[in-house]
Ligand binder design. Structure first.
Ligand code: CA
Length: 236
């Protein structure tokens, strides 16, 4: 099996080449492109295993690249943003990236995130393993189908990104249990670092925006708990 191919979409040549060098040194194959339209066609032609995607690009921006690439074929996307509040905004828009990293970042952090994301993809592929529990999770009018990775609320399908889905499932598997941000980060992102807790908060926001604010309770300073108000939903 050949090494995973990582496509770098970055218009600053010094960053692109430094990232490519580091990923190559880590044993990956790397391919860098400098603008959005080139990224869309290169993604179709090369079928990369992961895309590192800068948001601010000439031509079409990273959001549009992400949408177009994901429409063709699901591929994990690690988005590079300029500021933390930009990350929040992007998650809020439901762009569909799996993880976000704010510039400037260290190469070590980048490699750790890439590894974690690729591990998650592998783990998702092993969903057919017999030990995996495929029974749907039901809570009021919410149904989480773990076998098909689909979510419905009141009979309506709600589209979650792979990360949002994994986050919801992990919370819902332990209802009325407070899970710390660190625990969520470790399990869902397979990645532990204080800088990642914002990512958790932002993804929780996205899940609430899509599914309603009544499913996940915030435990301030600690984390989150899946606590659906089942009676109210059954009556409604
Ligand atoms: Ca840029």
């Amino acid at each position: 099996m050949s090494a995973p191919l990582i496509m770098i979409v970055e218009d600053e040549p010094t960053i692109a080449s430094a990232v490519a060098r580091r990923l190559t040194a880590e044993g990956y194959r790397a391919h860098a492109v400098g603008d959005g339209l080139a990224a869309v066609s290169a993604a179709a032609a090369l079928q990369p295993d992961l895309i590192l995607l800068d948001v601010m690009l000439p031509g079409i921006d990273g959001l549009e690249v992400c949408r177009r690439v994901q429409a063709e074929r699901p591929v994990p996307v690690l988005m590079l943003t300029a500021r933390d509040d930009e990350t929040d905004k992007l998650i809020g828009l439901g762009v569909g990236a799996d993880d976000y990293m704010t510039k400037p970042f260290s190469m070590r952090e980048l490699v750790a995130r890439v590894k974690a994301l690729l591990r998650r993809v592998e783990r998702a592929k092993q969903l057919d393993a017999p030990e995996v529990d495929h029974r749907p999770i039901r809570a009021g009018d919410l149904v989480i189908d773990r076998a098909s990775r689909r979510v419905t609320r009141a009979g309506e399908e709600v589209h979650l990104t792979p990360t949002e889905f994994d986050l919801l499932v992990f919370l819902a598997e332990s209802p009325r249990t407070v899970l710390t941000r660190e625990k969520l980060l470790e399990h869902v992102w397979d990645w532990v670092d204080a800088s990642g807790t914002r990512t958790v908060d932002s993804h929780i926001k996205a899940v609430r925006r899509k599914l309603g604010a009544d499913l996940i309770r915030t435990v301030h300073g600690v984390g989150y708990a899946f606590e659906p108000n089942e009676e109210a939903q059954a009556d409604g």
